[in-house]
Design a protein around this ligand. Structure first.
Ligand SMILES: [Zn+2]
Length: 199
């Protein structure tokens, strides 16, 4: 087996970007996997908490390793994040959309069922935590945003119209350069026809 194949297999196992080159990210992930569990106190040894695991399980398999890698990367930078939102059905999205409209409370989304990236398994939301305390507003969101973009994720903090710092999504290759509304239309079409989102 040649060295590049070996690195690719290691990268696949680590759930990080697979490019066959062992750069800083690969070494950080190897360090986190092999060295850190032995040296870090029990409560930080496994950065993936049950809530994150549950949310990540709702994502498409292509997106899961990236969500895990983001948690791991943030932890390496001393930032505790959890994945607190994953995939929602159209019905769940409609129920959210009703809040502040036909239902009481403030509006929480502008997207009906089928009009949110969260309806297709490609998007997740994170929360920054200090210990068990959730921080709704923290400069750390921006720091994590940079880490997410490094991983190839789109970060909601870059959006112009509705800045959404906790939001991340993996844009399918076919949607490169597409307007968000066009991408969502194609996602709806694919799901309605039983086609793969990422193929
Ligand atoms: Zn979101």
């Amino acid at each position: 087996m040649n060295i590049e194949t070996m690195i690719r297999e290691v990268q696949t196992q680590l759930g990080i970007q697979v490019d066959g080159r062992a750069g800083p990210e690969t070494w950080c992930a190897i360090h986190a996997r092999i060295v850190k569990p032995a040296t870090v106190p029990e409560d930080k040894a496994s950065p993936t908490d049950p809530r994150s695991q549950q949310c990540i399980a709702t994502l498409l398999p292509d997106v899961r390793p990236l969500a895990l890698a983001l948690i791991e990367k943030a932890a390496l930078h001393g930032i505790t994040i959890k994945v607190i939102g994953g995939t929602r059905s159209y019905a769940e999205q409609d129920a959210l959309y009703a809040k502040g409209r036909s239902q009481p409370g403030p509006k929480v989304t502008n997207a009906r069922g089928g009009y949110s990236n969260h309806n297709f398994g490609i998007a997740f939301d994170i929360g920054v935590f200090e210990g068990n305390r959730y921080l709704g507003d923290s400069p750390k969101y921006k720091a994590v945003g940079a880490l997410g973009m490094d991983l190839g994720l789109e970060w909601g903090g870059n959006w112009k119209t509705l800045v959404d710092q906790p939001h991340y999504q993996l844009r399918p290759a076919w949607a490169a350069g597409m307007r968000e509304s066009d991408m969502l239309a194609e996602l709806r079409r694919r799901v309605a026809n039983g086609l793969a989102v990422f193929a």
